[in-house]
Ligand binder design. Structure first.
Ligand SMILES: *Cc1c(COP(=O)(O)O)cnc(C)c1O
Length: 395
C-alpha cells in the first residue's frame, strides 16, 4: 500500500501511516539501524516466500546483517550466528549440535558460567559432560574419548589460569575420529587467533568483551566454515527464539572498526605490565602466554598473532586481608568482572577456582588483570600502590 492515502481518512488512520513510505537511503559509513519486529512484504506471494524475503524482524535486519558479514570476514567463516550474549552463543551452539546420549568433553579451565550450563542443563537432557585437564596430551584426550563423544569444547588460554592448549592438534585428531570441535575464542577476539583456519569447526566468542570494546553491550557469535554446520547452528538460534537488536548490532560494528588498534595497544601494555610484575618481590608467578618464561608460550608464539590485555599473576602466600588490601588500594584499576573494554580492571580469582576438577597449586592467591587504554606509567604506579598495601599486611 502506498502512503498516498486516500483523502477522507481520519487523522487517526493518517497518523499511523504518515511518513512511513520507503525511500532511498543516503549512504553512511555504518549500516542503517532498523528497529522492526514487523517487516512489510511487497505482495501476498511474498508472505510465505522465506527463501527470498525476510518476513519477520527477529532474524535481524540491516545492521545485524552487516555485523554478520563483517565478523565472517574477520573469522574466515562461511556464516556467523548472533546471540544476545557470549554465554548464550556457547549454550546455543551446544544445544544446536548435541543430543541425548552424546558425550561432551569440556576443558576444565572453561569460563565458569558455561560449566554451570553444562552441569545443570545439559545433564537434564541426557548429555554426559566430562571435564579434561587443559594440560592433557591431545593424543590422550582424543584417544581416550568414548564412542559417544560428539564435541570437544576448548578455551585457550583458559579462563583465569591461562593454560594454552594445542588447538590445531586437538582439532586434527578429533576430525579423524569424527568428533566436532569448538572453542571459546574470546581472549583472541576472533583476530589474534583464527580457529577456523586451524581446523576447529566452531569459533565462539563473547563479542561483549573486545569487539564491543566499551563495556556497554552484550552479544555473542558462532562462526563456521561448514555450510551444513552454519545452517544447523543458525536453526538453533531460531528454534530458541534468540534475537539481537539493530542498535546493539550497530554498537558492535562500531567497536569492530577499532578492534585491531585497541587490541594492539592493550596487548602491548599488558605484556609490559606482566614483565614489570614478574620483577616485583610480592609476586609469585605471572600467567601470560606472551611472556617467554610462561607455560604454554611456544603454543602461543606458534599460533597467535598477538596478545590481548588480559592475564593473571599470583601473589606470594598471605592472609586474605592482604589480598583485599591490594585490591582496595588500587585507584586506576576498577574492581569488576568482565574485560575487553577501554578501562583497566582487577579481580581476585580463587573463589571461582573451587569448582575445577583439576586444581593446580598456584602457590598463592591468583589475581586477574585487564589492561585498558590508560597510560602504562599510571597503571604501574597503581599496581605498586597496591603491592605496598599488600606487603604491609603480608608480613
Ligand atoms: C564474558 C565471557 C563469556 C560470556 O560473555 P557474556 O556476553 O558476558 O555472556 C564467555 N566466555 C568468556 C571467556 C568470557 O570472558
Amino acid at each position: 500500500m502506498s502512503s498516498g492515502l486516500p483523502p477522507g481518512q481520519s487523522d487517526q488512520t493518517r497518523l499511523i501511516h504518515a511518513g512511513a513510505e520507503a525511500r532511498p537511503l543516503s549512504r553512511t559509513v555504518g549500516p542503517p539501524v532498523q528497529r522492526g519486529s514487523t517487516v512489510l512484504l511487497p505482495d501476498a506471494a511474498s508472505l510465505y516466500d522465506e527463501d527470498h524475503c525476510v518476513t519477520y524482524g527477529r532474524a535481524g535486519l540491516a545492521a545485524q546483517d552487516a555485523l554478520k558479514d563483517a565478523l565472517a570476514a574477520m573469522e574466515g567463516a562461511v556464516g556467523v550466528s548472533l546471540y544476545p550474549s557470549g554465554l548464550s552463543a556457547i549454550s546455543g551452539a551446544l544445544l544446536a549440535v548435541l543430543k541425548a546420549g552424546d558425550e561432551l568433553l569440556v576443558v576444565d579451565s572453561i569460563y565458569k558460567p558455561v560449566r554451570r550450563f553444562c552441569d545443570e542443563v545439559l545433564g537434564r537432557f541426557g548429555v554426559t559432560v566430562s571435564y579434561y585437564d587443559p594440560l592433557v596430551e591431545p593424543e590422550r584426550l582424543v584417544g581416550e574419548a568414548s564412542g559417544a563423544a560428539r564435541l570437544i569444547l576448548m578455551e585457550s588460554p583458559g579462563s583465569l589460569t591461562f593454560e594454552m592448549q594445542d588447538v590445531p592438534h586437538i582439532a586434527a585428531l578429533a576430525r579423524e575420529r569424527g568428533i566436532l570441535t569448538a572453542i571459546d575464542n574470546t581472549w583472541a577476539a576472533g583476530l589474534l587467533f583464527r580457529p577456523l583456519e586451524h581446523g576447529v569447526d566452531l569459533s565462539l566468542q563473547a563479542l561483549t568483551k573486545y569487539v564491543g570494546g566499551h563495556s556497554d553491550v552484550f552479544m555473542g557469535s558462532a562462526a563456521s566454515r561448514d555450510p551444513a554446520l552454519v545452517r544447523k547452528v543458525d536453526d538453533g538460534v531460531h528454534h530458541l527464539g534468540w534475537s539481537v537488536s539493530g542498535d546493539d548490532a550497530y554498537l558492535m560494528l562500531r567497536g569492530l572498526r577499532t578492534l585491531p588498534t585497541r587490541l594492539a595497544a592493550q596487548g602491548q601494555a599488558g605484556v609490559q605490565l606482566a614483565a614489570w610484575l614478574k620483577d616485583q618481590p610480592e609476586v609469585g608467578e605471572v600467567l601470560h602466554p606472551a611472556l617467554s618464561s610462561a607455560p604454554g608460550h611456544e603454543l602461543w608464539a606458534r599460533d597467535y598473532k598477538g596478545a590481548c590485555g588480559l592475564f593473571g599473576f599470583t601473589l606470594r602466600p598471605a592472609p586474605q586481608a592482604a589480598v583485599e588490601a591490594f585490591l582496595d588500594a588500587l585507584e586506576v584499576f576498577g574492581l569488576g568482572f568482565s574485560w575487553g573494554g577501554f578501562e583497566s580492571l582487577a579481580i581476585w580469582c580463587d573463589p571461582q577456582l573451587k569448582s575445577r576438577r583439576f586444581r593446580r597449586d598456584l602457590g598463592g592467591p591468583l589475581i586477574r588483570l585487564h589492561i585498558g587504554l590508560e597510560a602504562s606509567d599510571d597503571l604501574v604506579a597503581d599496581l605498586r600502590r597496591g603491592l605496598d598495601a599488600y606487603a604491609k599486611l603480608a608480613g
